[in-house]
Structure formats: C-alpha cells, structure tokens
Ligand binder design. Structure first.
Ligand code: TEU
Length: 512
C-alpha cells in the first residue's frame, strides 16, 4: 500500500480575508486566491487549507458559521470556490476547508430555531440549561475570549453554552440529529471534490454530560481536563468513517488544543479517528535547542502507532508569527523553517511566513478581533508600491512591517531571499525519501545545536541547527555534502567543512 498523499505533503494555510483582494473592498477574496495560484505552484506546496469562507456575520471572522454550504459574499460565490478547486487541482494542489465543528453562529437557522422556544424541535441541538443554585450560570466555565461560557436567553428563561463568543453557541453533539447534520456538511463538500478539512477545536465536541464545574486550579486556564472527553473519540470515529467512505484519501486534520503530544496521541485512535492532529508545542517553545529537541522527542515517544503521523506548525492565524516571536530575526526564522520542513511529519506553512513576515503593529483604534489576534492577520503584500497588489490601497488591517521590501514579487527576484529558501526546502523534500518519509533520530552535538538524522533504507540526511550566535564545530567521522544552508552562505553541494555558523541550519547528505 502506498502512503496517502497527506503524509508527504506540505500544507499552506490561507487566511482568505488577508490573502489578496480583487474587488476593492479591502478584504481578501476567493478570486484573489485564484490569482495567486502561480505563487503557490512555484513555491511547491501540495495543498492549501482555507480558513472559513462560509456565510457568516463575522463576529469571529468566519469561525461563526451561519450557512455551512454557501460562501460569504465578502469572499465571492460558490462558483468562485468551485473554480478555485478546479484550478488548484489542475496544478496538482489539493484544497482543504475549515470545518467549524464545535459551534455555529447564533444566526445559523439551527440556533435561531433552537432559541425560538423550549419545545422547538431543534432546542436540543445546542446546550441549554437552567441557572445554577443562586440563579447564575449553570457552572463556572469561562469562554475563550473572557467572561462566562454561558449566556442568558431571557425569552426562554435558560442559559446556552458557548466556549467562545456568545455569538458562537456550542452544538450538542450528544444529539444524533446534530451528528447527522454535521456529517451531511462534510458530505456536501466531499461530493464537490474537497480533499479534506481542518477541524476547528474538534477536541471540544464531546462534553461530559454532567457539565461539572472546572476545578479551581484550572479555572483560568484552558479547560484541558474537561475538554479531553472519552465521548469525543466515539464521535471522531463516526467522522472518520464519513471521510473514508470517499475515494482519494480525504484527510481530516484536527485542531486539538491540549498541552502535550501525549494528550494528542489518543486523537489518532488506532488509525480510525483523526488522520492528523496539529502539534502546537513548537509555538510555545522558547529559542533553545534543548527545548526543541525535547518537543520532538516527546512527539516520537507519544505517537507510537503507525497511523499517528505528526503535523507541525510554527505560525497560524491565532498566534504571533514566529519571526516576531523570535525577536524579529530573519536568521532565526530561516533556521526554524529549515527544521519545520525537515521534521518527520506533515508541515503546515502559514501564508506570509515564506516572505519572512512579522506581525503588523495594529493601533488600538484599528483592532477588530475579539481575541486580540489582528497582528498575525495582516494582509499579504504581493508587490511594491501603494496597495501592494491589493485592489484597495487600504485593507482591513495595516500592512506588516517592511511590506515594501518583503512583497512576494521583490523576494521572488532575489535568489538569496527567505522565499527562495522555502522553495528550495520544499523541492529538497520532494526529492529526498528520507526527508519525506524517513525515521527521525537525534544525534549527538555540542550544546546549542539541534542535530538529527532522517533516514530510509536508501536515503539519509543530517540536519544541524545552531540556535546560538557563534559558530560551532560538529565533528563527524564521515564526509558530508551540503544540500542546503538556511542562510544561503557558502556554495551548496560543497563538501561540509565541519562548522555550523551562528543561527544557521544545514542539511547534509553523505558524500559518495
Ligand atoms: O481556535 C481555537 C483556540 O482555542 C485558540 O487558538 C484561540 O484562538 C487562542 O487561544 C486565542 O488566543 C480556533 C480558531 O483557530 C480560531 O480562529 C477561532 O477563533 C476559534 O477556534 C473558535 O472557532
């Protein structure tokens, strides 16, 4: 059996609002994505994941879905989306959609019906409860963006649960009608040729039926204990069965926001739950070789089942971009990209990281996200000059720093740019079985250097990443050739001199 495509893929995340605007409203649209497929093909990505493009009141910029089977007019039409899928497929690029599994918009017809009355046939599609003993919320759960996770509905005299905004009521997945309706949403898109989904906070769908209070020591943190429920696994098996009933290795990558790889492993089941589970550990790891090594080791130790293939992430639309997290250093961003794209697992690249973008500085009066995540959602600069290739010179968020020098066109013309580094890394992965599918094994190196080998029976690569600022000698008995250096220094394909420079990563292959 050959490996499914997604095990050797590089997936590129597009936040459609911020990608490219063609109609001049300052908001990115689907036509904008179509216009830049050349960039994606040239870069060499295998698949794109689009953050939500469904009809939405945009309280959470699309993560509040009001119609799962139509496109919001701000992004275009269903025809535009079909055209995008066809054009991407023609270039060998697969398309994943975001499937917002845990909640809908409060304007979704399901919730409108649910809140219409206690005897509504859809009442039980969401999570309604009477007040607690003192008349307050039913329990002490907090919503992700602050405040209680419960809102009072005056006309029907009950509270409804929302782990995110009040405009995002949680679906009741213990109701089989909800399960069926959400499976139908998947089928709608699978029938249209969508290659898979990124499942938003999918670990939250199974809830402890008792809805117990959060233990006080966890009260201000994510609802980890309460969110990691056995019932979720039953639901994930049902979801998996829907995908696997289609040909073509459709994929479900789950956003499971739990602490460690050990928490993530059960979400793969025995190859009968999620195909991939994001590991966000690197997003939380300081700039330290030993800490990075510990993260990768923990993943290796936890994901022991054959079907449990890692999925690595450095940046996304919820977190400060990694170059900003690393103090703005492009050298560090290059080193991190070299690791991301040579680890064992499926890497996810967030649009703009290939340009080395930092978060935008967003003045208070321009902040729009209830979760404070505007900076990493700054528009992508495609060209120099006003508008940077956007149809409107004034997009919905400010441009990222250096937009005039970090636009895609400028960097494409500079073979030493970070954009070319990403492209070379993607090519190298394609041509190296070891990098695509090989084992991962840490090798001994001086402190401050993360060193590992990727190997199959026929191919071997060594990666050395020097997190420090000074050159470090790494003695090896064998002779090695430099496949690629993250800073582009020295001629590639030369014999390796045995020293890795400060803030440099190198990929080596055996000589001869
Ligand atoms: O995010 C889930 C989530 O819990 C976080 O990443 C959260 O946004 C972060 O902790 C706040 O700093 C997913 C989506 O990626 C996010 O954009 C949505 O807002 C959220 O679910 C609700 O759908």
């Amino acid at each position: 059996m050959t490996d499914p495509w997604w095990r050797s893929a590089v997936v590129y995340q597009i936040y459609p609002r911020s990608f490219a605007d063609t109609d001049g409203d300052g908001i990115g649209d689907i036509k904008g994505i179509r216009r830049h497929l050349d960039h994606l093909e040239w870069l060499g990505v295998d698949a794109v994941w689009l953050s939500p493009v469904y009809r939405s009141p945009m309280a959470d910029f699309g993560y509040d879905v009001a119609d799962h089977t139509d496109v919001d007019p701000v992004f275009g039409t269903l025809d535009d989306l079909d055209a995008l899928v066809a054009e991407a497929h023609a270039r060998g690029i697969r398309v994943l959609l975001d499937w917002v599994s845990n909640h809908t918009s409060d304007r979704h017809p399901w919730f409108v019906a649910s809140r219409a009355g206690r005897s509504s046939p859809k009442r039980d599609w969401y999570i309604w409860r009477d007040g607690g003993p003192g008349g307050g919320p039913p329990n002490n759960w907090r919503a992700a963006f602050g405040g209680s996770a419960w809102s009072w509905d005056e006309p029907t005299g009950q509270w409804y649960l929302h782990l995110f905004l009040p405009q995002q009521p949680d679906l009741n997945w213990s109701n089989p009608e909800v399960v069926e309706a959400m499976h139908d949403v998947l089928r709608f898109w699978l029938d249209r040729g969508i290659d898979g989904f990124r499942a938003d906070v999918v670990h939250l769908i199974g809830k402890d039926p008792a809805l117990p209070d959060q233990p006080p020591h966890l009260a201000e943190r994510d609802l980890v204990g309460l969110n990691d429920q056995p019932g979720t696994h039953v639901l994930l098996r049902g979801i998996r069965a829907v995908l696997d009933s289609y040909p073509g290795d459709r994929v479900m990558v789950g956003e499971v926001n739990l602490e460690t790889a050990a928490h993530l492993a059960p979400y793969y089941g025995v190859g009968d739950e999620l195909h991939l589970v994001f590991d966000f550990s690197l997003l939380r790891t300081p700039w330290d070789a030993a800490a990075w090594a510990a993260v990768v080791r923990a993943s290796q130790a936890a994901l022991v089942h054959d079907a449990a293939w890692p999925a690595w992430v450095l940046s996304n639309h919820d977190q400060v971009r990694h170059r900003s997290r690393y103090g703005g250093s492009e050298a560090r961003a290059r080193l991190a990209a070299t690791i991301l794209l040579t680890l064992r697992g499926t890497p996810f690249v967030y649009a703009g990281e290939e340009l080395g973008l930092e978060d935008a500085i967003v003045p208070d009066e321009r902040r729009v996200d209830p979760g404070g995540r505007d900076g990493c959602r700054a528009p992508i600069p495609w060209e120099t000059g006003p508008g940077h290739g956007w149809a409107s010179p004034a997009p919905w968020l400010p441009w990222p720093p250096d937009a005039d020098r970090r636009d895609a066109a400028t960097l494409a013309n500079d073979p030493t740019s970070i954009l070319h580094l990403y492209r070379r890394l993607l090519r190298l992965r394609r041509t190296s079985p070891a990098l695509r599918a090989g084992s991962w094994c840490e090798i001994e190196a001086p402190p401050g250097v993360l060193a590992y080998e990727r190997a199959t029976d026929t191919d071997r690569r060594v990666v050395l990443a020097n997190f420090g600022d000074e050159p470090v000698a790494v003695p090896f008995a064998e002779r090695w050739i430099v496949d690629l250096a993250s800073d582009g220094a020295g001629a590639d394909h030369e014999s390796w001199a045995g020293v890795v420079d400060g803030r440099q990563a190198v990929i080596l292959r055996p000589a001869g």
